[in-house]
Design a protein around this ligand. Structure first.
Ligand code: FAD
Length: 495
């Protein structure tokens, strides 16, 4: 040791200590702090447990409800999904989660007919008879209604299969753009043009875009076809058959993942994340107010090797302070969109839609006109799958509707619940896709919402972030941001 410099001596001592620690089994486990117990945070905990095994301590901070935007609303003793509702049959992670948690999938969550309403009249409605629906679709939209299904399969679902494959192989990406590029470069191009331009370029008619696609954008994101095309393309996947949700409520998935991951739930509000040691690896401190406390004197803090922000860190969306970092930690510059979900128990007003009886009313209406105060109006089924004694309708709107507006849709009600959601990004016409990486071992799962916001997207982001954290912690940097070669078509797995 005499010939070694001070620094080298320190390294030798450190290595020896680590070796001795390993031999006697008392080396420290990495500590992970996750902010937010929605589907993103809880699935990250689950994936981290898969990667690290028992050798990790995970805390999840939650200031409100485990489940976040999947929290249900209760009316007359029945729960209804109030936020994230519909899951696509190709959403592999959500399917796997329900399987491992022993939950049941309801594949007929919103049965019945669909109507497209322009605020004055019903432009199109499906029929109870599929042959008649096909004929009506052909009459109004030509081959577009058929072509959209093939388009979604080829351009969105096939690349999604590829993404699952490379995530299974363990490839991780630092930015959302790199992740999507590895999936399929054209998918990134979609995010640089509007929904309207994308679908026009892909050969869909103005009528189909102005009615069908516009209706889908309004119900799914409360926005127009002027938003970036990728989110539009993803939400058109809803035209597929086999959409489902979880019997008993989608919030059971994050609740179950929390249990399964063995993570420690800390109820409280995170107020700050600071860098306490810049070393390699760095050490972070999370400050939080436990429970519902707002008293600064109650402030607690804990140290972590890895921090995962699993809540939207977007313009105006969080008051978490990031302190003592050498470079500023900035939120995604885009804001979030307000979607108001009003749940009304009562009989709908058929005459508002120009119909004589409630029986002839489609179960779900999409609207196409921005001057129409609501984006959608849809009959709801309790998450239990049971039939409620009284019907409940859900109205989505971009601002809180007044009583007179709601009375146009349901003249008299026995109960009403209004939930204001900061729901998803306010999408621009072209996006700058953000980074998952905020600092060496600090990540932002919800960066992926700029590409598209959905339960499965949060799970995909969570898987990527868990891999990133694991590889960086274990020094496997070669596994990050690899250039992947695209398999030829013959090797592509079927959906
Ligand atoms: C009205 C509506 C309809 C939707 N419909 C669908 C749909 O049909 N299908 C679909 O796939 N997706 C849908 N979505 C989107 C989907 O719900 C979300 O993409 C998904 O639930 C996001 O999950 P998350 O875990 O990333 O974020 P969140 O669910 O928002 O979880 C973040 C959690 O962090 C907590 N938190 C925030 N700040 C702090 C803090 N400082 N300290 C501690 N905890 C904190 C929050 O309380 C929250 O629980 C819909 C969303 C809305 C609002």
């Amino acid at each position: 040791m005499e010939n070694l410099t001070g620094f080298a001596r320190l390294c030798v001592v450190y290595c020896l200590a680590a070796y001795v620690g390993q031999c006697f089994g008392f080396e420290e486990k990495p500590r992970v702090g996750i902010v937010g117990a929605g589907i993103g945070g809880t699935s990250a905990a689950y994936f981290l447990r898969e990667l690290f095994g028992d050798d990790v301590e995970i805390d999840i901070f939650e200031k409100q409800h485990v489940g976040g935007r999947l929290t249900p609303v209760t009316i007359s003793g029945h729960n209804y999904n109030a936020g994230g509702t519909i899951i696509h049959p190709a959403n592999l992670y959500m399917i796997n989660f329900t399987d491992i948690l022993g939950l049941t999938r309801d594949t007929k969550p919103e049965p019945g007919r669909l109507g497209i309403f322009d605020g004055e009249e019903i432009l199109f409605s499906t029929s109870d008879y599929s042959a008649l629906t096909i004929a009506k679709l052909m009459w109004r939209y030509g081959m577009d209604a058929y072509n959209i299904q093939n388009w979604v399969r080829d351009k969105i679902l096939q690349p999604l299969t590829r993404l699952y494959e490379f995530q299974k192989e363990g490839h991780a990406f630092s930015t959302v753009e790199d992740l999507l590029n590895a999936m399929e470069p054209t998918v990134v191009e979609y995010s640089k043009k509007t929904v309207k331009d994308l679908f026009k370029e892909e050969g869909f008619s103005d009528r189909f875009i102005d009615e069908f696609v516009t209706g889908a954008m309004r119900v799914n994101y409360g926005q127009t076809t002027g938003i970036q095309g990728l989110v539009g393309a993803v939400s058109m996947a809803g035209v597929e058959r086999g959409l489902w949700n979880v019997v008993g409520g989608n919030h059971q998935v994050p609740q179950g993942l929390l249990r399964k991951s063995g993570a420690n739930l800390i109820r409280g509000k995170v107020t700050a994340v600071s860098l306490t040691s810049e070393g390699s690896p760095p050490v972070y401190q999370i400050d939080y107010l436990p429970g519902k406390s707002t008293n600064e004197d109650d402030l607690n803090s804990k140290e972590y090797d890895i921090v995962i922000i699993a809540t939207p860190f977007y313009n105006g969306m969080t008051d978490i302070k990031f302190e003592d970092f050498q470079t500023s930690i900035d939120p995604v510059s885009d804001a979030f969109h307000l979607t108001v979900a009003s749940f009304i128990e009562g009989e709908p007003n058929a005459s508002f839609f120009g119909l004589d009886s409630v029986d002839s009313l489609p179960n779900t209406f999409f609207t196409t006109n921005e001057s129409c105060f609501f984006n959608s109006f849809a009959k709801q089924k309790p998450v239990s799958g049971e039939t409620a004694e009284k019907t409940v309708y859900r109205v989505f709107s971009n601002s809180v509707p007044n009583v007179d507006q709601l009375k146009q849709l349901v003249p008299e009600w026995s109960d009403i619940r209004v939930v204001n959601w900061m729901a998803y990004p306010e999408y621009p016409s072209s996006v700058q896709l953000p980074s998952f990486t905020l600092h060496e071992q600090m990540y932002h799962i919800n960066a992926i919402e700029m590409a598209a916001s959905a339960m499965e997207m949060s799970a995909i982001g969570a898987k990527n972030v868990a891999l990133l954290a694991y590889y960086r912690y274990t020094g496997q940097y070669d596994k990050i941001d690899e250039t992947l070669t695209k398999p030829d078509n013959a090797q592509k797995s079927e959906l």
